[in-house]
Design a protein around this ligand. Structure first.
Ligand SMILES: O=C(O)[C@@H](CO)OP(=O)(O)O
Length: 249
């Protein structure tokens, strides 16, 4: 924790999940990490320790790929004992009817343009998931307080994420803490869009790699000093390119 001034924000997308490896749309489906994803979590913690970026508190979604990545990273950084806050507002974007579908098959079936609109446009959500679909989260006890979305576009994620940032996470930073957010490709894209002031059009080009920590530092007004800085820029560039290419032939 810094003695004065604002704290440091660490963003960490979960390591590779079983459905990342299978190239399936995931959203709110609670899939496990692969062995590679677990190794990415441990490596993320080593990077935090090497760079002396030691979280004071961790925020995660309600999904095990983020929860377990954070636990592995914090264990590797010897910070497994810090307070944890979990909140559905950090969940991945709900992918609607695409949850559980193969990305390459959807691209083949609907074409490149529709695939990219569903995947990366700011305000076009995929079709809603049907009630009773095996990958619907309706009735899941973890979401008992509040309704479960049937689909979300990135704008919907910004609408749930930014108020949480403003009322809760930013306060920890104003108190000088180092805050780790362990979350998801699209929930982190929503936050980076807000912090870096990225336009609705340009955000389509931003892809977050799995398992590579990135940091923001802030001025007195909690404006970011520079853009998102990855602790391993080479791994981040390779990982972002891999995400961008998902669904490709
Ligand atoms: O399937 C998902 O939930 C997300 C993240 O894995 O995929 P995409 O990068 O295609 O938005």
């Amino acid at each position: 924790m810094s003695a004065m001034g604002n704290g440091t924000l660490v963003l960490l997308r979960h390591g590779e999940s079983e459905w990342n490896a299978l190239n399936l749309f995931t959203g709110w489906v609670d899939v496990q990490l692969t062995e590679k994803g677990m190794a990415e979590g441990r490596r993320a913690g080593e990077l935090l320790a090497e760079h002396d970026v030691l979280p004071d508190v961790v925020y995660t979604s309600l999904l095990r790929r983020a929860i377990n990545t954070a636990a592995l990273a914090l264990d590797a950084a010897d910070r497994h004992w810090i307070p944890v806050v979990r909140d559905r507002r950090l969940n991945e974007r709900h992918y609607g009817a695409l949850q559980g579908k193969d990305k390459a098959q959807i691209r083949d079936e609907y074409g490149d343009e529709q695939f990219m609109l569903w995947r990366r446009s700011y305000d076009i959500p995929p079709p809603p998931i049907a009630p009773g679909d095996p990958y619907d989260q309706e009735g899941d006890p973890r979401y008992a307080a509040g309704s479960v979305p049937r689909t979300e576009c990135l704008q919907d994620v910004v609408s749930r994420m930014v108020p949480y940032w403003e009322t809760t996470i930013s306060r920890e930073l104003r108190a000088g803490k180092t805050v780790l957010i362990a979350a998801h490709g699209n929930s982190l894209r929503a936050l980076v869009k807000h912090l870096d002031g990225i336009s609705d059009a340009a955000i389509a080009g931003l892809n977050i790699p799995t398992g590579v920590p990135a940091i923001y530092r802030f001025d007195e007004e909690l404006r970011p000093l520079g853009t998102l800085a990855y602790l391993d820029p080479e791994a981040a560039a390779a990982g972002a390119a891999a995400v961008a290419g998902q669904g490709g032939k």
